[in-house]
Every structure is written in C-alpha cells, then in structure tokens.
Design a protein around this ligand. Structure first.
Ligand code: EPU
Length: 429
C-alpha cells in the first residue's frame, strides 16, 4: 500500500493532456456486450475502474484485448453468469452490467455495487426502469436478480435525474421490442457518448443530451469503433490546480463547452482563464482571488464531482464562500482533512462554509473517496511543507498518471510505501 507525498509551493506551468472520460468508459465497456461482433473503444483512461470492468467482462467469457489506450471487446462468448461479488463491490459503475446483461440475455444477477461513499446512493430508478421494460427484479441475499421473458419498450419518467439510471435503461431498451421513452433523463455529456456508441452499433436513439430520450429497440446490434470524449472532471481538476498554483498552464484535449460552469465560476473569482477549440488556458494564479458561492446541479450546472476539488481553491480565495452540494448530501469527507491542513471550513447540512485566505500546512491526511483525493492533492500543492495522503487507491480509480501529469507541470510529488503500522492505523481510522 502506498501513500502519496506532495511537496507544496511549486508553481505549475506548461501543458497537460487530458484522457478519456472515466464515467463514459465505465458505461461503454458494458455497452459493448450488446453487440454480436467485436467493439473497439479508444482514448480509454488508464485507471483501475477500467481494469476492473475488463476483468468482469473476461470473467463472464468476453475476450478483451488492450492496445495502448484502445481496448477491443469480443462479446460473442459471453455467458449470462452471476458476476463475482468482489470486483462488483470495487466500483459503483458495475451496475451497468445489469442493463447490458438484461438487454442481451433478458436476465442478469449481480451483487450490489460499491464505489465512493458519498452518502445514500440508491438504485431505485434503475430498477423502476428495468421493471417498466418487463423485468422482474428481486434482491436475494445481497444480490440483485433480473429476469424477463421479453423486454418491451415503455414510457419511463425518472423521479430523480440520474446519470446511472438513464444510461442503464438505455442499455436495456436498445434491445427491447418497440419504443422506449425516458423522461426527465440526465443530460451529462457521458450520456451522449454512450448513445453515440450504441448508435454506431446500430441502435436507434434520439434526444440523448436532452431530458427526453426516445429509443426504438433493435433485435441485433453490431460491433464498431468508438473514441471516448475527454474527461471533463479530470480536466476540471487540473484547471483548478492551475488556478491555485499556476503561472501559465494549458489543459489540452478537452471540450471547453463541457466545462462552462467551472470556467464561469473561476472567472467570477478573478482567475485569468481562457479557452479555444480543445484547450483551456489558465494564465496565472494570484493571491487576490475572491470567494464565491457555488451550488452543484445536474448538467449543465456545476458538477458535484468538482465540488471537492474546488473547495481547496475556495480555501485560498479571500472572504467567505458557501459551497452547496444538491446531488450528494454527504460528499464532505474531505473537509476534516482540509481543516487538518489549516483550512477554516465548517459543514452545515448540505453546505460547506469556507473562510478563505488561510495558509495551508502540509499534514497527514486521508483520501476517503476519489474526488476527496483530488481535493487533498490540490491542497497539498498549495501547502507549506509536505502533505502525506493515504487512501491513494481511491485516486487511482479515476485519475490516470496523476503524478506524471502533475510532475510534467512542475509539481513535486512521489509515492512511498506505507509501513505496517501506518496500514494498521489506516484500517482502523
Ligand atoms: N439517485 C436516486 N435513485 C437512483 C439513482 C440516483 O435517488 O436510482 C440519486 C442519487 O442518490 C444522487 C442523484 O440521484 O443523489 C444523482 O445520482 P446519479 O444516479 O446521477 O449518480 P451516479 O450515476 O451513481 C454518476 C457518476 C458520479 C457522479 C454522478 C452525478 C458514474 C459512474 N458516476 O453517478 O461520478 O457524481 O453521476 O453526476 O458515472 C465520480 O466520478 O467521482 C462520481 C462519483
């Protein structure tokens, strides 16, 4: 087990290349199971969530070939077997195997998914969608069983706007008989990306990216090639790091439109930020950044996944900022750790009150989840001295080559093996 050491105070400058979107990749790999010939996906991020999904696909008979950042999935020999609990529990997005297996085999059996602990993360809307399509869903000893004689298109209104439910229902509905309409659908760019792959496979999907998606089911879907969109959250993380410590940073291979809500907030704070077709430029950091209030919302609002990283920037800005997470009410486990580093932040209900402008000091901190890890790395870049971050496996789930990319920008960070005593302390904390 490693810990990540970050020596603060080094200005960032230069270019960083953003990889493919994690939250697309984890849906596109299961989507490939719906084809009757191989699917090649490229611009895949090199992160552990992708590896775990590839292992899941292989476990049920799929063939997976890696070639650089491309993966070819041959789904022809896949069997409708129960999915192994261990790997399923390692990540949230294993729930996409439900929609994909249900679409292909009309049945699936899978343990309850794990992933970041951000408070309650029910999957009732996924289940409601599957049931509307004709599946019988039961929960037996911690595993979910889905069975249908046939899947028939239906009109489904989501009570909660959910990325996962929207995609999962799409995965099953592309193979259902007749028309499915998903109302109050999520509009995140990753949903459009999944719809693009499914359409290349021969699916008929209209309206992805709006709140009404119409799907005409098909009996057969074929293999194809697809390139994943850039990861807007990885990009946002580097943009925020550059706003904290940058002197001149270009964040390359991004779709700036996907980052509008972040760029608007940075502008309001006084960060010098600019963009062109596929890059965002952060011109410089200064010590007179203004605190702002931020509320996370569904796309195109401010993404909850950047709430934690941006809190570290708000800790640097002058004045009081209030950041409210309307998507996850307990996504605040980074706050205690930031306080350990000297930040003045209080959590009340769904909001964190940041009294900015305090100098941060390196400390021993723990990443409780993926984006909490990103927030602590950013705080470490700003802090005096060295910050020791444990729980690095969370960061590895979603950030490809984090150290190399930051080192390329001039940061100083490295991994060290944890002693047995430190590992024990981590387990019991
Ligand atoms: N919700 C329900 N019922 C459901 C589904 C969701 O009540 O059946 C609620 C959730 O509890 C939450 C809200 O609806 O309060 C939104 O959840 P959503 O389903 O959209 O989240 P998700 O699909 O589980 C994805 C990303 C998350 C990201 C959210 C919101 C993946 C694999 N995960 O999760 O990404 O925070 O959408 O944008 O796509 C991350 O990358 O760090 C991450 C956690």
């Amino acid at each position: 087990m490693d810990k990540l050491m970050v020596e603060g105070g080094h200005p960032l400058h230069g270019e960083v290349q953003i990889g493919g979107a994690k939250n697309s990749a984890v849906a596109l790999i299961p989507a490939a199971l719906l084809a009757d010939s191989p699917v090649t996906i490229d611009n895949l991020p090199n992160i552990s969530d992708v590896e775990v999904l590839a292992e899941l696909v292989e476990h049920i008979g799929g063939r997976v070939n890696h070639n650089g950042d491309a993966m070819t999935i041959d789904p022809r020999q896949v069997m409708p077997m129960p999915l192994p609990n261990g790997r399923v529990k390692q990540m949230r997005a294993s729930y996409y195997m439900m929609g994909a297996m249900l679409g292909r085999f009309k049945k699936a059996s899978i343990g309850l998914p794990g992933g970041c602990n951000l408070g309650p993360r029910p999957i009732d809307q996924h289940i409601k969608g599957f049931e509307a399509l004709g599946a019988v869903v039961t929960n037996e000893q911690g595993s979910i069983y889905l069975r249908a004689n046939e899947l028939v298109g239906a009109k489904i209104y989501l009570d909660v706007v959910s990325v996962g439910a929207t995609i999962n229902i799409m995965l099953a509905a592309v193979k259902a008989k007749g028309k499915t309409i998903i109302e109050n659908a999520a509009k995140e760019p990753e949903i459009i990306d999944v719809a693009t792959l499914l359409s290349s496979m021969g699916a008929d999907i209209k309206g992805a990216g709006t709140d009404v998606i119409r799907i005409e089911g098909k009996e057969k879907l074929k293999g194809c090639a697809h390139s994943i969109i850039p990861d807007r959250i990885e990009a946002g993380t580097y943009i925020i790091a550059a706003a904290c410590m940058g002197s001149d940073v270009a964040v390359q291979n991004v779709i700036p439109d996907h980052l509008e809500s972040l760029i608007a907030k940075l502008d309001e704070m006084g960060v010098d930020v600019d963009s062109d077709d596929d890059a965002v430029y952060v011109k410089g950091s200064n010590n007179r950044l203004k605190g702002v209030d931020i509320k996370t919302l569904v796309h195109p609002g401010f993404p909850t996944d950047l709430q934690q990283p941006v809190t570290s920037l708000l800790a640097k800005a002058q004045g009081t900022s209030i950041i409210t997470d309307t998507i996850y009410n307990a996504r605040f486990k980074h706050i205690d750790e930031l306080r350990r580093m000297g930040a003045d932040i209080k959590v009340e209900g769904r909001s964190a009150m940041v009294n900015g402008g305090k100098r941060l000091e390196g400390a021993r901190v723990k990443a409780s989840d993926l984006r909490a890890g990103a927030a602590l790395v950013i705080a470490g870049l700003m802090a005096d001295g060295v910050t020791e971050i444990t729980g690095v496996h969370h960061i590895d789930r979603g950030y490809e080559s984090l150290e190399e990319k930051l080192k390329g920008l001039g940061a100083k960070l490295w991994r060290e093996k944890m002693t047995e005593e430190e590992q024990e302390q981590l387990k019991s904390s």
